[in-house]
Design a protein around this ligand. Sequence first.
Ligand SMILES: Cc1cc2nc3c(=O)[nH]c(=O)nc-3n(C[C@H](O)[C@H](O)[C@H](O)COP(=O)(O)O)c2cc1C
Length: 405
Amino acid sequence: MGIFRNLQSVIRFRKPEFSRSRRRFDRAANIDDLRAIAQRRLPGGIFDYIDGAAQDEWSARNNVAAYSRIELRPRILRDVSVIDTSTMLLEKKTPLPFILAPTGFSRIAHSQGELAVARTADKFGLVYCHSTLATRSIEEVAAVSSGEQWFQVYMWRDRGMLRDILQRLRACGYTALALTVDTAVLGRRERDVRRGFTLPPKIGLDTIVDGIRHPSWTWDFIRNEPITFANVATDSRGSGGSAVSLSTYINEQFDPSITWDAVEWLQAEWNGPLFIKGIQDTQDAVIAAKMGVAGIMVSNHGGRQLDGSPAPIDLIEPIAQLVQGQLTIICEGGIRRGSDIFKALALGADICAIGRAHFYGLGAAGEQGVVRAIEMLQDELTRTMALSGVRTISEITRDLVRTAR
Ligand SMILES: Cc1cc2nc3c(=O)[nH]c(=O)nc-3n(C[C@H](O)[C@H](O)[C@H](O)COP(=O)(O)O)c2cc1C
């Protein structure tokens, strides 16, 4: 009887969970686990579109690896009973020091796509930057979220189309614009080349076989309306109704001849906060500051454009030394841990942006997965702050990290 009572006091049966994928999701401990779940749930070509990068994918790997070369230098015995992760972004308070970066074609991972991401950002009070190449429109995203929305643009050959977009953004209350400047031509994503990947995916025999092997994704995909480039649906060529390769679309639609004049043009047309997305050099950061833009996203497009380009985190300190205080510095690329965000802030970033981290969540479990990804980063950041002896974002200072150089 005594033994039985002793056993009873230590044994706790969990409610049985019969779905294996649900069990895996419930036990996911970090962003890499969400990535692994997304890899199981998604057909190979879809996962590769999200996970892949340009050519040898060195930059994509280096973006992540660069964080592990930075050491934390914790301070102890400081009262960390209350941690505040909020910070200011464009003179408004945001509860966490990161935003959700634009990712095109999100419905390829889950039918809710950008709506799931926008709703989650709203739930946490974070900024979501909606992509030009999104599969839900400017209006649809605005309708599901009362939170703050930014929009990412490319410079179209047809400036009239861009003017129309700006008009729609203003009507829907989008507050800032990010001009992506690292995509003069599309980076060569060799995983996509090998698979003959198109947007939307073409249905061939290999797609059908892959679909049968990934029933949950396939069921979600076929039950919902076809995927299109929702923001440019008025454009007949390449609206996404017919399958085109991303590089064909970009080469036809976007203007590779643009220079800093285009930034000036956009500043005048938009007349609101403008960010330059894709700064990869200190001198370009200085030019951006001189032009009076609101901010820069130090980014190599998650390694998807120029393979061999530097890890954004390695550029933050030199850029901050030159331009800090003149504009907002956003660090994005390779962030998979809350401690990565801590390191970027310590080196001089004002805030960070996450791309794949939330996209893996979307691919793993739709909206629930995006929520989970943000919770993980929030928890990790809070823990890193507590264990480093800081209570507020402004207390995250340079002396709390050590770099090789
Ligand atoms: C699947 C995918 C689609 C993306 N689509 C866009 C896009 O439409 N426009 C854009 O400016 N950046 C796009 N990006 C780049 C992200 O905005 C961001 O720069 C990048 O994901 C940051 O790196 P990380 O994924 O390591 O966080 C995309 C990234 C991924 C992974």
